[in-house]
Design a protein around this ligand. Structure first.
Ligand code: F6P
Length: 363
């Protein structure tokens, strides 16, 4: 079948590099004689007939721009009455031969469902958390760790000047990739991640051990989704400051860093501060690496859909962009695994409790 017109949407949380993907799709599509229709606000655009024609002219000058010119939401048509049918009706009304869905786990799960219902859909993996399986890396991750590393570098000098403990809370809901890689790059003393529950006592022991060894300051990098056992609690759990869930019923993350900094100060007597990097990690211009990765994903996505494929996602494997089944990306999360934990353990104390047996006591 000849592909004449393809839609593109960006869904879920935004991510540096989304505009580079859009630019790549539109540029290559023009060369292939394919029209591109931008669907605005993720799947919401299908439900509200909100679209814009995308031309090469419209996508000039956006390569280095953060955010997404198409806007994004976490709209789930399957939670809207008649939603899936409305998406299918719009798909036909707009005469689309295919759709490129750029997003993380949520968006790609929906892409899979629509593929199973008969629409031609190809996915492009996006998330700063880098927790999608099927691909070695998602675009946006490199930017996030660069921003986080720069922040840690800056915090180190002020930590040293004041002989303080600096707790840096980074993003990472289910996976600690940002904490691990920015923590390693920034020379952290402690890296706390969702995959390895930790206790406040363990973190304090590391801080005191480093002091006993002569280091006058400490950097604690903690993922917002880290599981921490509070004093007196029987097990580790999420620590959040805002108890009300987000629009999807998920815990609204944020607050573990402040909690840990408070506890360190109280238990060790060492002055501690917290910095929450939050959405700074997601905003602004993508790194060169993310731009190039996003361009590669975009070109491959439009070429793949032009060949008539569906139900696949673009993936980076051994430095090649290939198409893998969409279900591979969403079946399970890519979590920080043992080789990375072992690497962290060389430089930090993520597995502190297992590694040392006689911690110094607080004075
Ligand atoms: O999934 C990417 C991510 O940045 C997570 O690290 C974070 O928990 C979440 O999005 C924050 O989402 P929101 O934009 O809804 O605050």
């Amino acid at each position: 079948m000849h592909v004449r017109k393809v839609g593109i949407l960006t869904g879920g949380g935004d991510c540096p590099g989304l505009n580079a993907v859009i630019r790549a799709v539109v540029t290559r599509a023009e060369q292939l004689g394919i029209e591109v229709l931008g669907v605005r606000g993720g799947w919401r655009g299908f439900l509200e007939n909100d679209t814009e024609e995308l031309s090469r002219q419209r996508t000039r000058g956006i390569l280095d721009a953060g955010g997404t010119i198409l806007g994004t939401t976490r709209t789930n048509p399957f939670q809207v009455k008649g939603g899936p049918e409305r998406v299918e009706a719009a798909f036909s009304a707009w005469a689309l031969d295919g759709l490129i869905a750029v997003g993380g786990e949520g968006t790609l799960s929906l892409a899979t469902k629509f593929h199973e219902r008969g629409l031609r859909v190809v996915g492009v993996p996006k998330t700063i958390d880098n927790d999608l399986s099927g691909t070695e890396v998602t675009f946006g991750f490199d930017t996030a760790i660069s921003v986080a590393t720069e922040a840690i570098d800056r915090l180190r000098t002020t930590a040293e000047a004041h002989e303080r403990v600096m707790v840096v809370e980074v993003m990472g809901r289910n996976a600690g990739w940002i904490a691990v890689q920015a923590g390693l790059a920034g020379g952290a003393d402690v890296i706390a991640i969702p995959e390895r529950p930790t206790t406040v006592d363990d973190i304090c022991k590391v801080v005191l051990t480093r002091r006993a060894e002569g280091k006058t300051f400490s950097i604690v990098v903690i993922a917002e989704g880290a599981l921490v056992q509070e004093r007196g609690a029987s097990e580790a759990h999420l620590v959040v400051s805002n108890k009300s869930p987000d629009a999807f019923g998920r815990p609204r993350l944020g607050g573990v860093g402040a909690y840990v900094a408070r506890e360190i100060e109280e238990l060790t007597g060492i002055e501690s501060r917290v910095t929450v990097l939050g959405h700074v990690q997601r905003g602004g211009t993508p790194t060169a690496r993310d731009r190039v990765l996003a361009l590669r994903y975009g070109v491959k996505a439009i070429e793949t859909i032009a060949e008539g494929a569906s139900g696949v996602m673009m993936a980076l494997r051994a430095d090649e962009i290939i198409a893998v089944p969409l279900v591979d990306a969403t079946r399970e999360r890519k979590l920080v695994d043992e080789p990375w934990i072992r690497l962290c353990d060389v430089f930090t104390d993520v597995l502190w409790a297992k590694r040392r047996t006689s911690p110094p006591t607080s004075t």
